[in-house]
Design a protein around this ligand. Sequence first.
Ligand code: GTP
Length: 199
Amino acid sequence: MAGSGDKKLVTKLVMAGDSNVGKTCIVSRYTENTIPSYISTVGIDFKTKTIQIDDTELKLQIWDTAGQERFHTLSVSYFRGAQGFVLVYDITNPNSFENTSLWMKDIKMKAGEEVEVVLLGNKCDMEDKREVSKERGEKLAWEHGIPFFETSAKENINIENAFFILSEAIYAKRSSLLIDRSVVNLQESKKNPSCLACR
Ligand code: GTP
């Protein structure tokens, strides 16, 4: 727990990537240590998790977007004002890997060139169905200059690491972060996505 003199900051993170790659499961694993039974995301929701870095309590506001094409415009509209992205593909689905380049373009267009991104090759527990090698993931991440992890929301592999690396990178540029204005504001921003607290 942070002491009374500690700083409190809040940051907006957004999950991006094709439908069915495991974005919702990754968020649930990280924030609640469970994975839900399958329900495709149809709108936008966020969960929060607070971590401590140095003398700062950093509240991560993690927005889970829908990957389905029909929700693309809505999902991408939430990219604006985010400080970090978790860009996910599924190692058993080469299309989802190829599409990360398109997602990356959307991210840069809406959130700027300097935004922090971590690339995740999810479902690494499904080695027998693998269609995207780890080397391809590493190469793509290297080309974009971003960190890369193979993860499993199911087996809880590298989920915590991925969010921590992303959070640390954002924290290093902390002048852009909002001072935490309490959970009430978070609830308000959930009801009203144009609210300043989520920008
Ligand atoms: P959209 O909401 O449509 O954008 O999908 P999503 O990316 O949020 O995917 P979701 O988390 O709903 O997971 C899709 C399916 O993949 C579900 O059946 C999950 O149980 C499964 N899944 C997610 N993560 C993993 C994982 O790490 N390993 C395995 N084996 N299955 C996973």
